[in-house]
Design a protein around this ligand. Structure first.
Ligand SMILES: [Fe+2]
Length: 241
């Protein structure tokens, strides 16, 4: 599997251009709140803060994007900017090679670079008027790997509900191009294990607590209504290519 810079940019770079073209109403579109960040920019939400209601509420999206995600981005940039040569790499390349980083920024990059990559992906794999089931090759691959879409959902939800404390539930492609489901702690990403992230659900309390309180299972169940299968399928296609 090739984890090259171009593929990463393709996978992560498609939203800001759309927003810049004015395809979304300016007054409804989430805006980055921490100004221009370098070398890694805050990705705007590709939809309005309230667009995922009633499944994910506006207040949660505002805090999640404008506070938590912006903070991860700021701390990641601060660490990277201590070593300017790192700015030549994509964020995904940087978090894929934590062992090669200077020790004084390794933990910061793991947590905040992970937070940056995870959330930048997360905004894109959700959409209003989404949900349902995948089609085509991804649908077949899910059936082959997990038996059925329903079994896949159950396993993915289990990974999220059993993840102790903060973390993510992931669907990833391993080195043999097999789909795998796993829970990972904190802001860890499958790239840190040499695997490729296809989709992930954030099970940190900041992702659901305002609306769902302590009911993570309910959030996990509801989240399927906002999954952007077009984007997830695109990631799968690019990963197996
Ligand atoms: Fe989050």
């Amino acid at each position: 599997m090739s984890l090259n810079r171009r593929n990463f940019l393709v996978l992560l770079g498609c939203t800001s251009g759309t927003a810049a073209l004015g395809l979304f109403p300016k007054n409804g579109l989430a805006q980055a709140t921490a100004g221009e960040q370098k070398p890694f920019a805050v990705a705007e939400l590709p939809y309005a803060y309230n667009a995922l209601e009633p499944y994910i509420d506006e207040e949660t999206m505002r805090f999640h994007h404008d506070k938590h995600y912006v903070a991860y981005t700021t701390k990641f940039n601060e660490a990277v900017n201590k070593y300017p040569q790192l700015a030549n790499q994509s964020a995904e390349e940087i978090i894929s090679n934590l062992d090669s980083l200077p020790e004084d920024i390794r933990a910061t990059v793991r947590n905040n670079g992970g937070g940056y990559v995870n959330h930048t992906l997360f905004w894109q794999i959700m959409a209003p008027n989404a949900g349902g089931q995948p089609t085509g090759e991804l649908a077949k691959a899910i059936e082959n790997a997990f038996g059925s879409f329903a079994e896949f959902q159950t396993a993915f939800n289990d990974a999220g509900s059993k993840q102790f404390g903060s973390g993510w539930s992931w669907l990833a492609l391993d080195k043999t191009k097999q789909l795998k489901i796993m829970g990972m702690p904190n802001q860890d990403n499958p790239l840190m294990m040499g695997m490729y992230p296809i989709m992930g659900n954030d099970v940190w309390e900041h992702a659901y607590y305002l609306k769902y309180r302590n009911d993570r299972a309910k959030y996990l169940e509801t989240w399927w209504n906002v999954v952007n299968w077009d984007e997830v399928s695109k990631r799968y296609q690019q990963a197996i290519a």
